[in-house]
Design a protein around this ligand. Structure first.
Ligand SMILES: [Zn+2]
Length: 385
């Protein structure tokens, strides 16, 4: 028993364990793929799918964003298994087809138009963002995997569109802990454990946000320690944006409903897939580390690295000095430098109001300006006596 626990903890403890874990998260974006609908929607419709993978070396998480593009849906993009899934590390646990929904005024944002879906950090942290154009709000989700990390940090934001009022924001999470019981004609024993309580199927667990900061989903029958199932999963719930919620612990799916504070505009969650671990090892991990992981989640800066590191004032001052130092070669670069600085000013202004698309564009623009600065520095050096 003790040996099993120790091995489990070693597997998930991170770089300090001595395991060979890469220093940077690897990110893979499969891009938009169109295909004819089969199970997703009506035959003859075209479905858009995009997979993005974040791999820390310790855990590899793939997310699948799906939606039917047929105009008959009038601006919605249904998909029968959900629109935001997690196919890796396993199809169970956080459900591969769709595990995440966010309902604003009872309308699911993940079914609405995709305004943005892109990788925002290709390393050393791995991150991507999704922005949906919900009729009543712009809804954004950033997912972040830290180097050596075993869980994905999530920042959800919602901003009312002009003239709209947000009365409710609810997150719905779907998991099948460890094994697809009913689909394979097996009975399990689903549980949801929090720091406060452990409840068994079939029941509804009413959440107390201040206490229930981690939710651990396991199946007492399908436990790796018994040679059954794939292993459990868990979530962290930052209590600040949450006013209540419940977990419907069924014999098959386990549905978690989080009622967010509509006026908060921001909530923080994290997702763990503990596949491969025994129930005891996963629980021991949470009891030992969930508080620290929650503090890290609460403190995390989800902005792209180029934006976090940017000092716009210094960058502008350097650009103008280099232009001056480039002497007679300066005018050749002046239009490009002026256009760049104006663009950075504009994007920074919009990013500061919470426009995530502008913020991601800002990061790209800063990264792309490296070549221009390199050339300017070369000419400045040539013209400096
Ligand atoms: Zn369709």
């Amino acid at each position: 028993m003790w040996t099993g626990l120790a091995v489990g903890l070693t597997c998930i403890a991170g770089p300090a364990s001595g395991a060979e874990v890469p220093e940077a998260v690897r990110v893979f974006d499969g891009g938009a793929q169109m295909s004819a609908a089969s199970w997703e929607c009506t035959s003859g419709h075209q479905v858009r799918k995009q997979r993005i993978t974040l791999d820390s070396g310790l855990r590899k998480y793939t997310f699948l964003v799906s939606g039917c593009q047929d105009p008959s849906h009038e601006g919605k993009h249904p998909c029968s298994e959900g629109n935001f899934g997690m196919p890796d590390p396993i199809s169970g646990n956080w459900y591969w087809g769709g595990f995440f929904r966010v309902l604003v005024n009872d309308v699911d944002a993940t079914v609405c138009d995709l305004k943005d879906l892109r990788v925002t950090e290709p390393g050393p942290r791995g991150a991507f963002q999704t922005v949906w154009a919900h009729p009543d709000a712009e809804v954004g989700l950033r997912l972040l995997l830290l180097p050596g990390g075993n869980h994905v940090l999530a920042n959800l934001v919602w901003k009312p569109t002009a003239g709209a009022t947000i009365d409710s924001v609810r997150v719905q999470l779907t998991c099948y802990p460890s094994f697809f019981t009913a689909a394979r004609n097996r009975a399990g024993e689903r549980h949801c454990m929090t720091p406060r309580i452990d409840q068994t199927e079939p029941t509804t667990l009413e959440l107390q946000p201040e206490s229930d900061t981690w939710l651990y989903y396991y199946d007492a029958v399908f436990d790796v320690a018994k040679g059954e199932g794939d292993g459990p999963c868990a979530a962290l719930v930052g209590p600040e944006g949450v006013q209540g919620g419940r977990v419907e612990i069924g014999g098959y799916a386990v549905q978690t409903h989080l009622d967010l504070k509509p006026e908060a505009g921001d909530a923080r969650l994290a997702f763990y897939d503990f596949s491969g671990l025994t129930n005891a090892a996963a629980e021991a991990y949470l009891r030992a580390n969930a508080d620290a992981d929650l503090a890290e989640l609460q403190a995390a800066d989800f902005r792209p690295q180029a934006v976090r590191d940017m000092d716009l004032g210094a960058l502008k001052a350097e650009a103008l000095k280099l232009l001056a130092d480039a002497a007679e070669d300066g005018p050749t670069f002046e239009p490009r430098v002026k256009e760049l600085l104006a663009s950075l000013d504009d994007l920074k202004g919009r990013a500061d109001t919470g426009d995530w698309v502008a913020e991601a564009d800002l990061a790209t623009r800063v990264a792309d300006s490296a070549d221009l600065f390199w050339k300017l520095r070369a000419f400045a050096a040539l013209n400096t006596p």
